[in-house]
Ligand binder design. Structure first.
Ligand SMILES: NC(=O)c1ccc[n+]([C@@H]2O[C@H](COP(=O)([O-])OP(=O)(O)OC[C@H]3O[C@@H](n4cnc5c(N)ncnc54)[C@H](OP(=O)(O)O)[C@@H]3O)[C@@H](O)[C@H]2O)c1
Length: 272
């Protein structure tokens, strides 16, 4: 009870039901939600979904945004660059219409930016069903740790660890106030399974921590009988993006992408 002080009515609401579990995805792991039970929640989660994707001006985040939009959902995109957000939003608006896509600047490493992102999403869409923590960085560099600069280490760790925590905190606070609850997806990556990641040791260590954070958050939600918010891990495998290709030039790596891209491009359809 001390965990979410001053919100007993919300604890009651959260404990009364659980949202429809997304089903059928490959390696998208719902890390055991709270028990709950009882009468159904006030509002079932049904498409079209309101989706927020961090780091969605290129790469995997952008591909996901396009697919959700194609499926008829509403999407909030964001990244650190106002120019990229504006240009991507304009392109998506032309293709999917003015009233389906919104964009704003957000550096996930800045608590005030993440809070402003929540305000923006509430203002435009009222609530968010699916929040995808996709923003991540390897500082576009593959080097042994002993050769890695302070700047690169700070970039990788603050984005993938601090940024993820800030986003999870704000997403949970937002979603557990929502009658429809919500789903949070934390994108992990190389290293998350515990295998070594030479030449990107810091990145691998941060991605290993994503799994731990997801499990701990789910345990905290369960402990507080919040079962209308579910935190998931999402493991994309290799996808040829700037992040992956910044250090890889081999044909083998380039050729692998089709296999994994297939999973991503179908995710928005699989969760229906
Ligand atoms: N590519 C792969 O093979 C692979 C495999 C497993 C997991 N992943 C994970 O998937 C996610 C996306 O990777 P990607 O390959 O698509 O990378 P990417 O092509 O480099 O795109 C990264 C996106 O995140 C944004 N971003 C970076 N730092 C940010 C910050 N501090 N705040 C907000 N936005 C930020 C970037 O835009 P701005 O620069 O404008 O901010 C960009 O839109 C990452 O978490 C990555 O670790 C990738």
């Amino acid at each position: 009870a001390a965990f979410f002080p001053g919100r007993p009515w919300q604890r009651g609401l959260a404990a009364r039901g659980r949202p429809r579990e997304p089903a059928g995805w490959f390696r998208a792991e719902a890390l055991s939600g709270g028990g709950g039970g009882g009468p159904p929640r006030r509002e079932p989660m049904a498409p079209p979904y309101n989706v927020l994707i961090t780091g969605s001006t290129k790469g995997i985040g952008y591909a996901l945004a396009r697919k959700f939009l194609k499926a008829g959902d509403n999407v909030v995109i964001c990244s650190r660059s106002a120019e990229r957000v504006e240009s991507v939003r304009n392109d998506l608006k032309k293709e999917f219409g003015e009233q389906h896509v919104w964009g704003t600047v957000c550096d996930v490493r800045e608590g005030k930016d993440v809070k402003a992102l929540v305000d923006f999403a509430r203002d435009k869409l009222e609530y968010i069903d699916i929040w995808i923590n996709n923003a991540g960085s390897n500082a576009y560099s593959y080097k042994p740790l002993v050769e890695t600069s302070d700047e690169a280490l700070i970039e990788v760790i603050t984005t993938n660890t601090l940024g993820l925590m800030l986003c999870c905190r704000e997403a949970i606070n937002m979603m557990w106030n929502q009658p429809r609850g919500g789903h949070i997806f934390n994108i992990d990556g190389a290293g998350s399974d515990g295998r070594p990641t030479p030449r990107f040791a810091a990145y691998g260590a941060t991605k290993r921590s994503v799994v731990h954070l997801t499990k701990s958050l789910q345990a905290e939600l369960q402990m507080n009988e919040v079962n209308n918010v579910v935190v998931h891990n999402l493991s994309p495998g290799m996808v040829t993006t700037d992040l992956l290709m910044s250090g890889a030039t081999t044909k083998q790596v380039r050729d692998k992408h089709n296999l994994f891209l297939t999973f991503f491009l179908f995710l928005p359809l699989l969760i229906r």
